[in-house]
Design a protein around this ligand. Structure first.
Ligand code: MOS
Length: 765
């Protein structure tokens, strides 16, 4: 039903006229300047406060007890010793809990509630995954809570569970949909074309379970006022989604709940879904009637918060000898527990990237008894590009064709599966600019042809891809009699530089200096804003601020026109431009009035407007994505198999760049995360017990400075005419294509094709 409706809407959208081109696309103000982040000083000096850093009067501390089995029942839970430990106030178990509703899984048609798992929290004695919380100690200090948590004695009735991906993948089934898209697409007969193709590659690519490892572990401080008002400081990337989820679980009106998250130390999708830690903190605060701080340890994040699913993907390509693709097949199996039902969209890049005569896409999921898997930076595209971009490189080798030439051959004119127009696609230009700067022409395609002592050197390339999304949202804009403007929207900043780029935009939109605006965010009481997720937040807020400013300008113009002597007396809204702190005639730039003058003459202290952005019809009409070309040089030790990244260049086609400095930082961050994904990161699960064996950063290796070379970033900087400011989101595209570029470079260096991440040295010996 849903999909029929979507098809109808999409068909209708194709015939809709485009929204008016944003005039700011062509102006040159603050937008596009590499400004320092406005909150940079606060962050490096410790002045920015993160969720766990609020010290409330009378606050107490919580620490969980994790289950040690993956499925079964808690038979006996002895808290008597723990309760006698110094400082302990309570040990919460399902018996002490208020009755709570189960959280609601994310619904993509609404995106209001947003749990990663729909298990009821502490409502019965069931255990669903190894590491699930089974008790929560609350004590006067964190150390006392930690000590007492070790004294809780738990006995289980163990039931058979499925925790091994390999042992269970054969029973994978096709999900109903993959993020609202069909799980399977067939164009022509791809298997038949493959069998008949003169040149073929057909391989299986593996990627492990990954964990987010944001610098700030998840943390919540919860305070109740009476029985029906809650304030929560949380490290969330979606204040409003958390508010609505809490309202649902605790049966309280959303307007009685306030979620605050002014600063968040990274999230990558791991703080978008709503997890047990937040529910437990709020429940504990209700029970002990004091503010409760529940800050997860690093181990706690691994056990309570899920990451990116393990995956196995097949990519097969059949081509003519001159590199015309006749068949493209991308199928994949990912894992998800039945309480999450999230099929990671690993085939999404292949749906939109390349021209082919026949195509077969299919996704399957296997349910495992494990913590809910969730979004993790470019969910789907990160591992999907590893598979398809490795396979394309394998095809280039078979064809004896340069991999960039191959990409020229397969560049489609229209979207291969949606058969619609691209809103803005300049991937080949990104390749050309990148290749020139990287020196790609000097590469020797022959494996093992470049050597420096015991180090083999190789270069690889891969396409980066991430869709462009926008969600409707609202913003409130006010100009005050002193000329200072304020903006309020419930946005989320987790390190991307939201305030900086939004101030740049608002300053240009209002025509005032940057210093004259305050941007307020991170509070669920502000006008609704989409999550910091899906790389959609920046353009979504730009659209809502634009809508609010338009309303404000209309209001100001009306006020101004009450004055019969006003130079704007007969002006229509479309005749004016905002600049020099006020409104002026576009045709006669010297005639107009400043905001301060308009307010003074109208005798007002301020004027305010709240605007809501339009539905994202452009997404239905066009195939919208960001693209990029990842270039990498590796050095692989011929004796030890050690892989070092020697050079990196990412060349991106992601619309107008609002702030090259923060944008480069975002993209570098994504590339660094991709280096970890490719070389070192892997959550290891004991197949006997479902226990995560390396739940710490000592044994789950994220890249450190010495693992990361200088990273060059290039931008096409070509505006997309169909997005606010011509911009695209850039939070996630950085990680895409990275693992494939590395695997392709490792092949060029060594002649060994590694199809299983991470590329550890044992695989190269
Ligand atoms: Mo992102 S995985 O949508 O935070």
């Amino acid at each position: 039903m849903m999909s029929i409706l979507m098809t109808l809407v999409q068909t209708a959208a194709r015939f809709m006229p485009d929204a008016k081109r944003d005039p700011l696309i062509d102006s040159h103000g603050y937008v596009g300047k590499p400004l320092d982040r406005v909150d940079g000083h606060l962050k490096v000096t410790g002045g920015a406060r993160f969720a766990a850093e609020y010290a409330l009067d009378d606050m107490v501390y919580a620490e969980p007890v994790f289950s040690t089995i993956s499925k079964g029942k808690v038979r006996r839970l002895d808290t008597s010793v723990a309760k006698r430990c110094p400082g302990v106030i309570a040990v919460l178990t399902p018996h002490d809990m208020p009755r709570l509703k189960a959280p609601t899984l994310v619904d993509f048609s609404k995106l209001d509630k947003i749990a990663a798992s729909n298990l009821p929290v502490f409502q019965d004695d069931r255990v669903y995954w190894n590491g699930q919380a089974v008790a929560l100690v609350v004590a006067e200090t964190h150390e006392q809570a930690q000590e007492a948590a070790t004294k809780v004695h738990v006995e289980y009735d163990i039931e058979d569970s499925n925790v091994s991906f390999d042992a269970n993948k054969a029973r994978a089934t096709m999900p109903k949909d993959v993020l609202g898209e069909p799980p399977e697409i067939k164009i022509g007969d791809a298997e038949k074309n493959l069998a008949a193709a003169p040149v073929r590659v057909d391989a299986v690519y593996r990627s492990p379970y990954y964990s987010h490892s944001a610098i700030e572990p998840h943390a919540t401080i919860a305070v109740w006022e009476g029985d029906d008002k809650i304030t929560v400081f949380d490290s969330t990337q979606f204040v409003e989604g958390y508010r609505n989820s809490l309202a649902h679980v605790f049966g309280i009106k959303p307007e009685n709940i306030r979620v605050l998250a002014p600063f968040v130390g990274g999230g990558f999708g791991g703080k978008a879904g709503f997890w047990w830690n937040t529910v437990l903190a709020v429940a504990a605060a209700k029970i002990v009637k004091r503010p409760v701080k529940f800050a997860l340890s690093r181990e706690g994040v691994f056990r309570i918060v899920g990451g990116r699913t393990i995956a196995e993907q097949r990519v097969a390509i059949g081509a003519t000898v001159d590199g015309h693709v006749q068949s493209l097949i991308h199928t994949g199996v990912t894992a998800t527990p039945s309480h999450a039902r999230y099929a990671e969209q690993c085939t999404f890049p292949t749906r939109h990237l390349y021209a082919t005569d026949a195509l077969h896409i299919a996704q399957y999921v296997v349910d495992l008894d494990m913590v809910a898997n969730t979004w993790m930076r470019a969910p789907g595209e990160s591992i999907g590009t590893f598979a398809v971009e490795s396979a394309l490189d394998e095809l280039a080798v078979e064809l004896r064709m340069d991999p960039i030439d191959l990409r020229r051959n397969v560049e489609p004119k229209r979207d291969p599966t949606k058969d619609n127009e691209f809103s803005s696609r300049h991937l080949l230009e990104a390749y050309e600019r990148g290749a020139a700067k990287f020196g790609w022409a000097a590469r020797n395609p022959q494996p093992r042809s470049q050597r420096d002592g015991s180090w083999l050197i190789g270069q690889g390339v891969a396409t980066a891809y991430y869709p462009v999304l926008r969600l409707p949202g609202a913003a409130r804009v006010r100009v005050n009699a002193d000329g200072i403007a304020t903006i309020h929207t419930a946005a989320n900043e987790m390190g991307m530089g939201v305030a900086t780029s939004q101030l740049q935009h608002a300053a240009d939109r209002l025509g005032v200096p940057l210093q004259c605006i305050e941007f307020n965010y991170g509070d669920s009481e502000m006008p609704s804003s989409p999550m910091a997720g899906g790389s959609c937040q920046t353009v979504s807020i730009v659209a809502s601020v634009r809508a609010a400013v338009e309303k404000l300008h209309r209001e100001l113009l009306k006020l101004e026109q009450q004055d019969p002597a006003s130079p704007l007396k007969r002006a229509k809204y479309d005749d004016i431009v905002a600049r020099d702190r006020g409104l002026f005639l576009a045709s006669e730039p010297s005639r107009g009035a400043t905001y301060v003058d308009i307010l003074r003459r109208a005798g007002k202290q301020h004027v305010e407007a709240e605007g809501t952005s339009a539905m994202p019809m452009e997404m239905m009409k066009y195939s919208m994505a960001s693209y990029g070309a990842q270039f990498c040089e590796v050095r692989v030790n011929d004796i030890t198999g050690e892989v070092r990244i020697a050079r990196w260049l990412g060349s991106f086609d992601c619309g107008t760049v609002l702030n090259p400095k923060t944008a480069m930082s975002q993209l570098r961050g994504g590339i660094i995360m991709g280096i970890g994904m490719a070389l070192t990161e892997e959550v290891l699960v004991d197949d006997r017990s479902g226990r995560i064996m390396n739940a710490s950063l000592a044994e789950y290796h994220v890249p450190v400075n010495l693992d990361v070379p200088h990273i060059d970033i290039l931008f096409n900087d070509i505006p997309d005419p169909h997005t606010p400011l011509g911009a695209h989101g850039i939070g996630e595209i950085g990680i895409t294509g990275v693992a494939a570029a590395i695997a392709n470079a490792v092949y060029n260096a060594t002649g060994k094709r590694i199809r299983s991440l991470p590329i550890t040295l044992d695989k190269l010996l």
